[in-house]
Design a protein around this ligand. Structure first.
Ligand code: XMP
Length: 327
């Protein structure tokens, strides 16, 4: 396998199924040669990159791939279920599902500083993954969804990862089959590998997940409010043709309450903030002009369907002055 981290100038851009299939065939051969009859470990988040790497490796080495999906409780609604459904049930992958929800939320209890939250989530993720790795025998390789922008150290979202790495005695040889691909190429390859559109075309989602959208110290009630309101927003954007058109959209729940009224009774509950932005490189961003009627419809749904919420706000701020995320 070519271990160069430089994309050859002659390498054609993968823009269609035919080119994707040629890439897949080539990689399968290279992966078989690199890995032989050994085992490979992969942290499978359900994001585009790790999912494409998993699907490629399943084709190349089948059960020699061990996928570990860590549910840290900060994933979006339906995500762990989709990973299990696609990889365990449809692709017959060797998948270990780790329910680490309580563990993460206990560690995060009372922590309000955003960077400390990120560090705790990253470090705990490594710890859980390490524990799983130690239970397994004969693993010689670690697969990673590194893509070309990560290598170029551009502003790819992984530049935010600050998670350190596995301890010395668990340093495996790396398998990075999509490291020379750009994001759009990874998507074309994912589609050719038969991954569902909802996985292949999904919007960027930060590693610390909903943890940085449940502002301040994370509480279970507000975390559920973020998860449920995000699910409603995504459903409505999909129904109204905005999925795939808007670069990133999500909800945020701050750690303060305001007064409201429901069934003639005073309420004291959280607001939900909607953010919908467009950008090319995440360095600057503009706000999507979401139709007012749709915003009102989403507001009505969130305030009636999501517990502990009595108000919905729309974030009108570009980047700069705001960042895309709130934390
Ligand atoms: P900001 O908020 O810095 O976000 O304008 C730019 C892009 O990066 C994503 N983001 C993250 N991704 N870990 C990640 O993997 C993080 O800690 C993180 N923080 C922000 C954000 O969603 C946006 O796409």
């Amino acid at each position: 396998m070519d271990n160069s981290n430089k994309r050859p100038e002659t390498m054609e851009r993968i823009t269609n199924a035919e080119l994707a299939n040629a890439f897949i065939e080539e990689q399968i051969e290279a992966l078989k040669k690199q890995i032989g009859d050994k085992k490979v470990l992969l942290a499978l988040s359900g994001g585009v990159d790790s999912s494409v790497v998993a699907a490629l490796l399943i084709k190349a080495i089948g059960q020699q791939l061990v996928c570990v999906h860590v549910n840290h409780g900060l994933l979006r609604k339906g995500e762990p279920e989709q990973v299990i459904d696609v990889f365990r049930h449809q692709m017959n992958a060797n998948l270990i599902y780790v329910d680490a929800v309580d563990r993460f939320l206990d560690k995060l209890a009372g922590v309000s500083d955003p960077e400390t939250k990120r560090k705790i989530i990253g470090a705990e993720f490594i710890r859980v993954f390490e524990e799983e790795a130690r239970k397994l025998d004969n693993i010689e390789f670690l697969a990673q969804g590194t893509i070309y922008p990560d290598i170029l150290e551009s502003v790819g979202v992984k530049a935010h990862h600050n998670v350190g790495g596995l301890p010395e005695d668990l340093k495996f040889e790396l398998v990075e089959p999509v490291k020379l691909l750009f994001k759009d190429e990874v998507r074309v390859v994912g589609k050719a590998l038969g991954l569902p559109d909802s996985m292949v075309y999904r919007q960027p989602f930060p590693g610390p997940g909903l943890g940085v959208r449940c502002l301040g110290a994370i509480t279970r009630d507000r975390l559920e409010a973020v998860r449920e309101s995000d699910a409603i927003l995504r459903e409505e954007f999909a129904k109204n043709g905005l999925q795939g058109k808007v670069w990133q959209y999500f909800t945020v729940v701050p750690d303060f309450k305001s007064v409201g009224i429901k069934d003639s009774k005073r309420t004291f509950a959280y607001p939900v903030i909607i953010r919908a932005i467009n950008t090319k490189d995440a360095m600057t961003a503009t706000v999507e002009n979401v139709p007012f009627e749709l915003l009102q419809h989403i507001t009505a749904r969130i305030t009636s369907e999501v517990e502990n919420v009595n108000r919905v706000l729309f974030d009108l701020t570009q980047k700069p002055s705001a960042t895309i995320e709130w934390e």
